[in-house]
Ligand binder design. Structure first.
Ligand SMILES: NC(=O)c1ccc[n+]([C@@H]2O[C@H](COP(=O)([O-])OP(=O)(O)OC[C@H]3O[C@@H](n4cnc5c(N)ncnc54)[C@H](OP(=O)(O)O)[C@@H]3O)[C@@H](O)[C@H]2O)c1
Length: 347
């Protein structure tokens, strides 16, 4: 691979992307980042350029399939941190990457896709479970996951593109746990907190999907971005596992139930006068059903993962051992309160 790559980056203005772009800017300032941005106001573009010195904007939306395919057809690397549930943009990316691979079969393009541990949900609907299953990413076969789970619609075709005989691409999928912290990019608030803030403001309390006994592994955004960079570096140097083995859980061992953190969130929002009651309680069916399986599976299930592949490569979380999700939550909520844009679900 040449020394100066072009990276086509989807989701650059997002929460995780802000910290990833900062590390790319620090360690790979000569790489040209072409960022797809749907609303490139001067403030947003200036912030992105602050994160990475060699970033230019491609104005467009995730639904602009031709634009995405054209960009993916000419980039050396594509990083997608936009949506793990927007299949049309992933399909457009894969279409472009296939053309790209056909034009340079000795040096196929690299695709790093950010998915999520939603693929391993046990769909327990917020109930207690004895002896839950812990999934390892070593030997993981996506076909073993409950096929109704989120993200698989995109992930299965990505692995297929990374393992096919004709024009394969170099595919890597990263599965974050529950990412927390305050981001350093355009979006400061993690996705799940924006969802729960939105519901809390609408219903007047902090609510759970079911009784909130379901839990998942957590990870601080600085560690999460460091994990992405760690894998990126290994891939650029040709050391990363890819294709069928290119699946990486990025989590710490710290597991937290939804009931625990939503209680703290309810107490904090109540103390600020944002909701009418402290603590948390299950939301009624009329409120949660419109989000359907996405809500129940992702926000009401247990997602228990072990980051065995990263551990085998020598990666270690740093910031998560200093600051837990519970330690950080009040600060994250205060940052979220400054942003009053409503949460809009991508489907
Ligand atoms: N946060 C977590 O705890 C977590 C956990 C597991 C997995 N993940 C996955 O990791 C990825 C990043 O998460 P995140 O929290 O950083 O998400 P995020 O803050 O919501 O970022 C989403 C990004 O995608 C862009 N985007 C959304 N819809 C778009 C559209 N129609 N056209 C163009 N751009 C669009 C957003 O642009 P705008 O700025 O214009 O909105 C933003 O840059 C997602 O796939 C998420 O599912 C996140």
């Amino acid at each position: 691979m040449p020394q100066h790559h072009t990276i086509f980056f989807l989701g650059a203005t997002g929460f995780l992307a802000g910290d990833v772009l900062h590390l790319l800017g620090r360690d790979y300032p000569n790489y040209h980042v072409k960022a797809l941005v749907r609303n490139p106001t001067p403030e947003r573009v200036a912030k992105l350029k602050q994160l990475h010195p060699n970033l230019t904007v491609v104005e467009g939306d995730l639904n602009d399939a031709q634009l995405i395919a054209d960009q993916a057809a000419t980039a050396d690397i594509v990083i997608n941190s936009a949506s793990s549930d927007h299949w049309p943009s992933v399909k457009a990316t894969l279409d472009g990457l296939e053309k790209n691979a056909a034009s340079r079969s000795s040096d196929p393009p690299l695709y790093i896709h950010i998915s999520g541990c939603g693929i391993i949900s046990d769909n327990i609907r917020g109930e207690k479970v004895e002896n839950p299953k812990f999934w390892s990413d070593i030997g993981l076969d996506l076909k073993d996951c409950d096929q109704s789970n989120t993200h698989l619609e995109s992930d299965i075709p990505i692995v297929a593109a990374g393992t096919r005989k004709e024009n394969p691409i170099r595919s890597i999928i990263i599965y974050p746990g529950q990412i927390y912290g305050v981001g350093r990019g355009v979006q400061k608030t993690t996705l799940w907190l924006r969802i729960f803030m939105d519901y809390a403001k609408r219903v007047g309390y902090v609510g759970t999907w079911g009784r909130g006994f379901n839990a998942q592994n957590t990870i601080h955004v600085e560690d999460m971005a460091a994990a992405v960079l760690f894998i990126f570096k290994a891939a650029v140097e040709g050391r990363a596992e890819e294709g069928a083995n290119g699946l990486y859980f990025a989590v710490t061992d710290k597991i937290l139930s939804y009931g625990e953190w939503t209680k703290l969130m309810g107490d904090h929002l109540y103390s600020k006068g944002v909701v009418k009651e402290p603590g948390c309680k299950p939301m009624s069916p009329e409120i949660v059903e419109p989000l359907g399986n996405y809500g129940w599976s992702l926000l009401g299930g247990n997602l228990f993962a072990k980051a065995d592949r990263l551990a085998r490569m020598g990666w270690k979380a740093v910031e998560s051992s200093k600051v837990s999700l519970m330690d950080n939550l009040p600060e994250a909520i205060d940052a979220a309160l400054e942003d009053d844009r409503p949460y809009v679900h991508i489907s």
